[in-house]
Design a binder for this molecule. Structure first.
Ligand code: UD1
Ligand code: CA
Length: 453
């Protein structure tokens, strides 16, 4: 069975009060529509038809997944009208799954169960029981229990309004049924819209039974119509993300105070303190500790390393047994070899720090390599930029750079060399030697300070 997914994403989302189309508002750092499209990809959909209207160009620019077929709905005349726009591109012999671009957190298992129920004589509907069903389409069942229709809130009788089982909007059926039924929809109803939900009655009339599936949790089928609902979905997502980290072996000091905005892998006995943000692809080895208020994006951290409080790491690799921070910034292209140490108020960019090397305080290392066991004193700056181009600083193993030194790149400091504190190094330094490049100390005895007139 081949699956095609149709995602409805043409709505404006007035209640967001935003210039951004609704489906581009983010959950866990990713547009809601991105979550839905990813889900469709995971279900192995052959084509993902995304029906867009409001802010179409923005939506297309933001969602760059494969297998997406963009379908324009110029005027939003209802959910049935929206799905109908995809008909010219929809195969006859496939199963179609309809999703909403603003319902981002449906689990793949739930959708797979829905799709599995579809065959020649059955379609499938995701429904849920709600204490307060206000606003939703109600599921109408005949006495035997079979679903025979959906009636929209605004069209419902008092008796129907008392029904607590509601339509989530998510459904699956043979594509050929959509080809057959959608052209027959009418808009003679309270809202003057073409309702996708009217196909349920058509199914019942054609002898196609409607099977139902319920989600594990209501949040799976909740849409975000305003920023409050968006924030609620975010919290629900984050709670699940925290649980899965804990299942994988991470101790979270407070599971309510971590934010995962990407894919995170953790080893055993990882400890993550409060207010940590993990984005992109993050891999954390066993026994790693991440201090409070640190932010890691696209980072790999080896076993037993410690990222202390208030660090910002982006696109870098930290090997095993390293210590970083507190207050360190590792920018893209930073590589720390085993047991390297980068301390407070140190910024590193596009640089390799060798095994057991130390860059402990107040230093900028950019476009550089530092050999094993070298010690870079406080306040050292690699002057990598001449105003036009970037240049490399190469520091060999076992080098000692005294505090407050400027290393003007391009420059090489060979193995075992020593740089006197306060030096401005402009030429290469050979192995084993001492380089001192600073004004000589003078002394004027009995110095009289100037006096105020
Ligand atoms: C719809 C269902 C209702 C269900 C509810 C669940 C219909 C007629 N009603 O109602 O039974 O309980 O969802 O949330 O289907 N959209 C388009 N183009 C359109 C109209 C809508 O792309 O012309 C998109 C919207 O952007 C949104 C989704 O379809 O993502 C649902 O539309 P919405 O107007 O929210 O439907 P409801 O009236 O809430
Ligand atoms: Ca809605």
């Amino acid at each position: 069975m081949t699956l095609e997914v149709i995602v409805l994403a043409a709505g404006k989302g007035t209640r967001m009060r935003s210039a951004l189309p609704k489906v581009l508002h983010r959950i866990a750092g990713k547009p809601m529509l991105g979550h839905v499209v990813d889900r469709a990809q995971a279900l192995d959909a052959k084509v993902i038809h995304v029906v867009i209207g409001h802010g179409a160009e923005h939506v297309q620019a933001q969602i760059t997944a494969d297998r997406v077929n963009w379908v324009m709905q110029e005027e939003q005349l209802g959910t049935g009208h929206a799905v109908r726009q995809a008909l010219p591109d929809l195969g006859p012999d496939t199963v179609a799954l309809v999703l909403y671009g603003d319902v981002p957190l449906t689990r793949p298992e739930t959708l797979a169960a829905l799709v599995d129920l579809v065959d020649e004589n059955h379609m499938a509907l995701l429904t849920v029981h709600m204490d307060d069903p206000g606003g939703y389409g109600r599921i109408v069942r005949e006495t035997g229990g079979n679903i025979v229709g959906i009636v929209e809130h605004k069209d419902a009788s008092a008796e129907q309004l008392a029904i607590h089982e509601v339509n989530t909007g998510i459904l699956a059926l043979q594509s050929r049924r959509l080809h057959e039924w959608l052209p027959r929809l009418s808009n003679e109803n309270a809202q003057g819209e073409y309702y996708l939900t009217d196909i349920i009655a058509m199914a019942a009339e054609s002898g196609v039974r409607v099977r139902s599936v319920h989600p594990g949790n209501v949040a799976e089928v909740q849409g975000a119509n305003d920023r409050i609902q968006l924030a609620e979905l975010e919290r629900w997502y984050q709670a699940r993300a925290a649980e899965s980290l804990m299942r994988a072996g991470a101790a979270l000091i407070d599971p309510a105070r971590i934010d995962v905005r990407g894919e995170v892998e953790v080893g055993e006995d990882v400890e993550i303190d409060i207010n940590v943000i993990l984005s992109g692809k993050v891999r954390i080895g066993s026994n790693v500790r991440i201090g409070a208020n640190s932010s890691l994006r696209d980072v790999v951290i080896g076993a037993n390393s410690q990222i202390l409080e208030n660090c910002v790491l982006e696109q870098c690799e930290v090997a095993a047994d390293c210590t970083v921070g507190p207050f360190a910034r590792l920018r893209p292209g930073t590589q720390l070899q085993r047991a390297a140490k980068v301390g407070n108020f140190v910024e590193v960019k596009n640089a390799e720090i060798g095994e057991d090397a130390k860059v402990n305080h107040l230093t900028y290392v950019g476009d550089a390599s530092i050999g094993a066991r070298s010690n870079i004193g406080a306040g050292t700056i690699t002057c990598n930029y001449d105003g036009a181009n970037k240049h490399q600083t190469e520091i060999g193993p076992d080098v000692f750079v005294g505090s407050n030194s400027s290393l003007v790149a391009p420059v090489r400091i060979a193995q075992g060399a020593t740089i006197g504190a306060g030096s401005t190094i402009t030429r290469d330094v050979s192995a084993g030697s001492l380089a001192v490049a600073r004004g000589k100390q003078r002394e004027v005895p009995d110095w009289q300070r100037p006096k105020k007139k």
